[in-house]
Design a protein around this ligand. Structure first.
Ligand SMILES: *[C@@H]1O[C@H](CO)[C@@H](O)[C@H](O)[C@H]1NC(C)=O
Ligand SMILES: *[C@@H]1O[C@H](CO)[C@@H](O)[C@H](O)[C@H]1NC(C)=O
Length: 731
């Protein structure tokens, strides 16, 4: 392309080229925050060597201040201040005339994304109308002003703005308007991460009405992800886009059983990274393999001069057709979710609208009413210039749901998916946690939100750790209590200073008896060293407080994504204890830093390794001999420590009762043991750093939760009480 007479630049900003001055290169203008490039956001280099749109002398390419749409559209009220234009950080306040009351925001600020903060202010009067006045969004005009059944409202946006949402809305008998609130967007308006999180997040997370993207059983959810990698999205963005996809599927998977995936990248051609046909029947691809396929995909931007958006939809349509042909009964039960990342621009293959219509036909099977919920088409508009008018016809339209989002850049996208699930709202999921390791008290808390500290106000020394296993129960070690201990003297702290509700009762394992082998010279006998504390009331689950998963429950099968009719306890055990040396973690208190820290150790599970691990107790602990070793260190104990074959972190005294846990994928944690006792107290004196490493002669023993399931089930699975029980597996 020609260099525009050397006037490629722009007042107040600059530009980049995706592929120098070659054919199909995109010139992208950049402005400082609060400004946008005007009149063009981008220009593309045509075969003829000219730019589209062609640069003009007037208006001169420049950075303009971002404005928000005209807010002076309020009916029956007044807006202050009245201005010709409203720029970033300008504030407006809204008051209603007497007799009218205000809904929506009383004050709004113009944000850097070209939108007003808060919601549309509406002044309305009590009246007999069936539907409430839906107001007039900033920048819009509305025709129609009666709100009775079947009354219709029509909206349009001021010049320079285009309308997203519903152009017309009809008042229904239910008192709700059809469609979604219309919004007027500038070309440079985008959605914030928070807005996307709220709208898209509600689709994949559980809420009061249950998950929207419903996942009942294995194989019922198909997710098709298509990502535009044509030059219309700059090459350096590819990795970020890929990371966003990885994040998205990891998040979705952490919330439910494994969906089937189709993942493709497209430009002039379609590159199929994960083929959904590989998932058919009993074959299923573990998430790890899907992620690996994504990692192994090499980006080669060289020849991507075209964009064939239609071909991407066609590929998905073909995949659907194959599935439908193979098993129509099964196909009827599948919920299809299409998620596209594109700027909406295409220069090959024509408009995808017809293909999308065929996809709808394929899923609806002439029964849209009933089958509507089986199809969702989401588009994330990503890129320097997004062609809304081409995208809007493609997405699903359903009352009060958004399926189209505009993202400022791909970095934002990854962050969005990271935030997408507001964990506080997902009550039912055990072991869910944030995965940021900032190393501050807050991030530790969010990473280990089940962690509890137990104090006995009667005694000064006895401090223990525990884990929240349901909203009502703390799991800990029995030796943290004396038989005479009163529940009302027990203090449970979850979080930094949050003393929780108080204990109602302490339940020790019935077979626990510390003195059980005194006549054999064993001073303290720790078999079945496990206890539950029932709290007086349920704790409130939040991002900082959430139960951990424990073995042999359905909740844990879900976290492990074990799917099928008859998952057994054994299957969970085989998955969690699949290696001879199984990496686990526990929390230790770092006295120096005055902070909880994660310690790591390896369970010695394989017979010989375990024998080697436990036999040391016979040389270190008074009363234990090779002869009685296995009666004292029973099969109920897991063993860590020593230096062979690897060094472990050791547990310190105050760590007793704490969880020995495993993280599964990035977001779920399952407790497999409870810290019970050890041969040496290497943390003596309290000045050691926490990640104290094991010595040749130190061993830690933990109660294996798989060995105490009947006890856990008796209390935690009790459905006759006033608390929510866990669902234990039959076998
Ligand atoms: C281009 O403009 C952006 C935004 O104003 C600025 O952050 C960046 O440093 C500029 N780059 C160059 C090379 O001038
Ligand atoms: C609105 O924003 C513009 C640009 O930042 C500023 O110059 C102006 O003073 C603001 N007006 C008000 C009333 O704050």
């Amino acid at each position: 392309c020609i260099t525009m007479d050397g006037k490629m630049g722009m007042e107040g900003g600059n530009y980049t080229l995706t592929n120098k001055l070659e054919y199909a290169s995109i010139l992208i203008y950049h402005c400082p925050e609060g400004y946008y490039p005007y009149p063009a956001l981008t220009r593309s280099c045509l075969k003829s060597g000219t730019w589209k749109p062609a640069p003009r002398r007037r208006p001169l390419q420049q950075c303009k201040m971002i404005e928000c749409p005209n807010p002076l559209v309020l009916e029956s009220g007044s807006v202050f201040p009245v201005q010709m234009q409203y720029f970033v950080n300008n504030k407006t306040t809204y008051t209603c005339y007497s007799g009218y009351s205000l809904r929506g925001s009383a004050s709004r600020v113009c944000q850097v994304n070209g939108k007003w903060s808060g919601g549309t202010p509406i002044c309305s009067r009590d009246c007999e109308d069936r539907c409430a006045d839906p107001g007039i969004p900033a920048g819009a005009r509305r025709s129609g002003s009666s709100f009775g059944i079947d009354d219709k409202l029509t909206y349009r946006c001021d010049e320079g703005l285009h309308l997203l949402g519903s152009k017309t809305r009809v008042c229904q008998e239910s008192g709700q308007w059809t469609g979604t609130e219309p919004k007027c967007y500038y070309k440079h308006t985008y959605d914030t991460a928070l807005e996307i999180t709220e709208a898209f997040g509600s689709a994949i997370r559980e809420n009061q009405e249950g998950k929207k993207i419903t996942i009942d059983k294995a194989g019922k959810l198909n997710i098709y992800i298509a990502m535009d990698i044509s030059d219309s999205i700059a090459e350096d963005e590819f990795d970020k886009a890929r990371n966003a996809v990885k994040k998205l599927i990891t998040k979705v998977s952490s919330f439910s059983v494994s969906p089937n995936y189709e993942i493709l990248f497209f430009a002039s051609d379609v590159l199929e990274v994960v083929n959904i046909i590989d998932f058919s029947g009993d074959k299923r691809k573990p998430l790890e393999e899907v992620l690996a396929d994504l990692d192994n995909f090499k980006y080669d931007g060289e020849d991507n001069v075209g964009t064939n958006l239609n071909l991407a939809f066609k590929t998905i349509l073909e995949r659907m057709a194959i599935q439908k042909q193979r098993n129509e009964m099964l196909f009827r039960e599948i919920h299809h979710v299409l998620i596209f990342f594109t700027d909406g621009a295409y220069n090959m293959g024509g408009s995808p609208e017809n293909t999308v219509a065929k996809i709808r036909e394929a899923v609806y099977m002439n029964n849209k009413e009933e089958r509507d919920k089986y199809l969702d088409v989401y588009v994330f508009g990503v890129g320097s210039e997004i062609f809304d008018e081409d995208i809007v016809p493609l997405v699903t339209k359903r009352n009060d749901e958004r399926h189209y989002f505009k993202v400022k850049d791909t970095t934002e996208l990854e962050k969005t998916f990271d935030e997408i699930i507001d964990e506080s709202k997902v009550v039912g999921l055990c072991g869910l946690h944030r995965n940021y390791d900032g190393g501050t008290a807050d991030t530790i808390r969010q990473r280990y939100p089940w962690m509890a500290r137990i104090d006995n106000t009667d005694r000064t020394v006895s401090k223990c750790m525990g884990s929240l296993v349901t909203r009502r129960f703390i799991l800990t070690a029995a030796h943290c209590f004396k038989f005479e201990d009163q529940a009302d003297k027990i203090h449970v702290t979850i979080g930094k200073n949050q003393v929780v509700n108080g204990a109602l009762r302490i339940i020790l394992h019935p077979d626990y008896n510390i003195n059980g082998k005194q006549n054999e010279g064993i001073k303290e006998f720790y078999d079945y060293d496990i206890a539950l504390i029932e709290l007086k009331k349920d704790v409130d689950v939040s991002i900082n407080i959430r139960p951990i998963c424990i073995p042999c429950t359905e909740e844990t099968s879900n976290a492990l994504r074990l799917v099928g009719e008859a998952i057994t306890c054994k299957q969970q055990e085989q998955l969690l204890f699949k290696n001879p040396l199984e990496e686990v973690s526990f929390i230790s208190y770092d006295k120096k830093e005055q902070m909880d820290q994660r310690s790591d150790a390896k369970l010695k599970l394989q017979d010989q390794l375990r024998d080697d691990c436990i036999k040391l107790a016979a040389t270190q602990v008074e009363g234990i001999t090779p002869l009685n070793l296995k009666d004292v260190v029973t099969d109920n104990f897991l063993c860590t420590g020593g230096r062979q074959p690897t060094r472990d972190n050791v547990a310190c005294k105050g760590d007793s009762g704490g969880a020995v846990f495993k993280d599964y994928d990035e977001y779920r944690t399952i407790q497999v043991g409870v810290i019970s006792w050890g041969t040496n107290d290497l943390c003596h004196g309290g000045n050691s750093d926490v990640k104290q490493e094991s010595s040749e002669n130190s061993r830690d023993f933990h109660i294996n939760l798989f060995k105490v399931v009947p006890f856990l089930k008796k209390y935690l699975g009790d459905g006759t009480k006033d608390y929510e029980p866990l669902v234990f597996l039959e076998n």
